[in-house]
Design a protein around this ligand. Sequence first.
Ligand SMILES: [Zn+2]
Length: 393
Amino acid sequence: MWLTDARVVDVVAGEVRDGVSVEISGGRIGAIQKQPGAGEQMSLEGRYLVPGLISVHTHLSMVYPFSDTDENENPGLTVLRAYGRAQDALRSGITTLRSVHELNRADLLLAEAARAGWADVPRIVGAGRAISTPGGHGEGHGSVIADGPEAFREAALAELDAGCAHIKVFITGGIANMGETFDQPQMTSAEMAAAVGAASERDAYVVAHAASSLAINQALDVGIRSFEHAYDLDEDTARRMAAEGVFLTPTLCVTRSQEWMRWKGFEEFQIETSLQVGPMHLASIRRAVAAGVTMVTGTDYPPGDPIEGTSVTVYEMGLMQGAGLRPRLALAAATSTAARLLGLESEIGTIEEGKAADLVAVEENPLDDTAAMRGISFVMQSGRVVRDDRPAA
Ligand SMILES: [Zn+2]
């Protein structure tokens, strides 16, 4: 099958190839050339063809408001809740997602169901359950609780045995829990090192919920390479993150979605805290962008949820652009750069021969402005059209 009359977006070079045809064969991208070869054709009528989006910070199983979470919930229910959100994500153009903690390891169960052909969902790169210190940020949300380096090592190995691709920890507090602060580390360096050690033995890595600089520096010392939120990041730490080539997921939307939070039944103190932290968070991410930190896109909230007339993920891309990230880098953050973080750069993240045929089409050039991604009208995953609501020619 050939997708014809496409403008193929190269997110790495920042270029567009006009008027080309893309071969789709066996779920993969085949030849990319001027004229289509033999076989069925589907004209994109000059639309921009973009790699399928990758969201690297998702919680498909989260309960809103958080206070309704039942840590002893039947896993069947957890997976059903996660399944709906995974389907929303796929329809909104997210063809791959990294989960960073799911109740009852719903991500791993859903991924297994997808492999068996029972569930239409994005490619899921799972964390299983996060690991938290006692009384830490993950307490009360179904995380594994560990105290001391040996316990962290054991917990990490258990999640890896269950099939997770990375280990999620909380190195500071956050903004979700009553009375919580986030300026101090919640893990010792030895605990962080134990998690990193266990992950490295299985070619995995550690991703840290990380609000502030002191803990991020500790984590950098022991080899953590994926950081989430950075509500309060100083300039020196931003420069160090850039120099060491680690990844930052800003999740700007979590301090800029008060209406969405109200809709989901968040408690008033959570909405207020997110509003209060907003300016500090944006200033931090501006510093990170200016320092050249490698950015990836994730949202905490269900990535395909509607917000501000688009999906949470596309909303986040716009916020990253608003923090000073050039449109090409904001697009790469949700495609090629994210693929590199996941270690899947040979499989997804760009439109190249041999890669998975994970594609979306839009009307405008997203290299000029990621707002173009608001107009996704066509989604293909592994060569299969999962959405096509382009107006009839
Ligand atoms: Zn999160």
